[in-house]
Design a protein around this ligand. Structure first.
Ligand code: NAG
Ligand code: NAG
Length: 407
């Protein structure tokens, strides 16, 4: 038994101590909810589509307040502000409560990156606190749920909603157990790019899903913070004596990818640019250094894959920068290959020397192996045009540094 336990513990340590990545990301939005009032150049009251949704509270601005301590406190009270007679998936809407919601629609929405919210949910089990991202078109497909709590306060649910091949909404939803939500403040984060979505709780990795096809539906996403009553919590009886109750949001950060678009990579030692040999469009064509001649085979489409990682496509072939045969050894040759979102085709882009735009390209697959990570390098610092690039461990040479020139 003891022999079995050791490798298991080792695996858990390796895969679950991952904190949220900031590599290749820049902090572009930081909201502290400073008094006296909600900043309406960033926030709207209610939902993007109006004042109510699929639960029993109508939202009004007065229930979403900035407090003198610098919180956004959203309160739910038993008070009827409007009457409706409609049915939803979660039961009849009987709007006999009043609460609050806020959203950034049309004011601050991001295509991808990392969003983190530090909040305390209400301890009343019939409330439905939630934080999610939806498109600027105000529909709920696609939707990335950062967190929602219904019934139990010691777990939260998160997920991704997208349109499937039949164009109907499909929900992929998960529950993280043994996570406190109402005892003190906790950090709920989500990172998403063109391939992956990753959730975090208190800066610890929770889950990653790869959804390259479905993420094509995701464009600018806007934040919604909502404090529902009933709804998904409908199985928990509403005890009116538990109200008023509140959820508090302390701060929010949003990080965005530093790179998105077409670039040339110019070696800081040789001055040559990274290219595909002879503009070949065949798989496994070699990646070389060569004189800059403006060809599309010397232009690279850089996109944030998620989880602090980038994918890099040759513009002329749409094939990806790839370390041949999943090699991670010093000298592993670089080629182009059809993209399959594998770790041997994913790269960390790290700025070096404090110079914006001068970077190292580190193979993600090599980072998952024992030993040092491997960088896109010029073999033996060669100044010959036409030499094939390869992976090599960091030796702090100029031939491992690339100037990213935005096209
Ligand atoms: C409101 O938000 C905008 C945009 O982020 C910011 O420039 C401005 O300083 C904020 N105003 C206050 C009072 O914080
Ligand atoms: C806002 O929420 C915080 C934390 O949950 C709480 O300590 C504080 O009393 C609330 N402030 C007001 C004015 O309700």
């Amino acid at each position: 038994m003891r022999i079995l336990l050791i490798p298991l513990v080792y695996l858990l340590v390796v895969s679950y101590t991952d904190t949220h990545p900031t590599d290749g990301l820049a902090l572009t939005f930081s909201e502290q909810f400073n008094p006296p009032a909600l900043n309406t150049s960033v926030w709207n009251y209610g939902y993007p589509w109006g004042s109510y949704h699929n639960h029993r509270a109508n939202t009004v601005p007065r229930q979403a307040k900035i407090t003198p301590e610098g919180y956004l406190n959203i309160s739910a009270i038993r008070e009827r502000t409007i009457t409706l007679g409609i049915l939803t998936d979660f039961g009849p809407i009987d709007l006999d409560f009043t609460s609050g919601a806020v959203n950034t629609n049309g004011k601050f929405c991001i295509k991808n990156g990392y969003v983190e919210v530090n909040l305390r949910a209400s301890d009343v089990q019939s409330t439905w606190p939630s934080v999610y991202l939806i498109g600027e078109d105000q529909t709920t497909v696609p939707m990335i749920t950062i967190m929602e709590v219904f019934n139990s306060r010691s777990r939260f649910t998160y997920g991704f909603r997208y349109a499937n091949d039949q164009a109907t909404a499909e929900d992929e939803s998960y529950t993280a157990d043994n996570r406190e939500t109402s005892s003190g403040f906790h950090r709920f984060g989500v990172d998403w790019g063109y391939d992956q979505i990753t959730w975090y709780y208190d800066d610890q990795w929770v889950k990653t899903i790869v959804k390259s096809n479905e993420l094509k539906q995701v464009d600018n996403m806007c934040l919604v913070i909502s404090f529902g009553v009933g709804g998904k919590s409908k199985d928990t009886p509403i005890d009116p004596r538990a109200y008023p109750t509140l959820m508090s949001v302390d701060w929010i950060e949003m990080w965005q990818p530093k790179y998105d678009g077409f670039y040339k990579f110019e070696n800081t030692h040789t001055g040559f640019v990274m290219e595909i040999e002879s503009a070949l469009t065949t798989e496994r064509a070699r990646v070389l250094q060569w004189h800059d001649n403006g060809g599309d085979w010397q232009k690279w489409h850089v996109q944030y894959a998620g989880h602090g990682q980038y994918r890099i496509f040759a513009a002329h072939s749409r094939q990806a920068l790839d370390a041949y045969g999943w090699q991670t050894n010093n000298g592993a040759p670089l080629i182009q290959a059809v993209y399959h979102a594998g770790d041997n085709q994913l790269w960390k882009i790290n700025e070096v020397d404090g110079s914006p735009g001068v970077v190292q390209l580190i193979s993600v697959h090599s980072l998952n192996q024992p030993g040092p990570g491997k960088l896109v390098s010029v073999p033996a610092s060669s100044t010959d045009a036409g030499i094939q690039l390869h992976l090599w461990e960091e030796v702090n040479n100029a031939d491992q540094k690339w100037k990213m020139i935005r096209l």
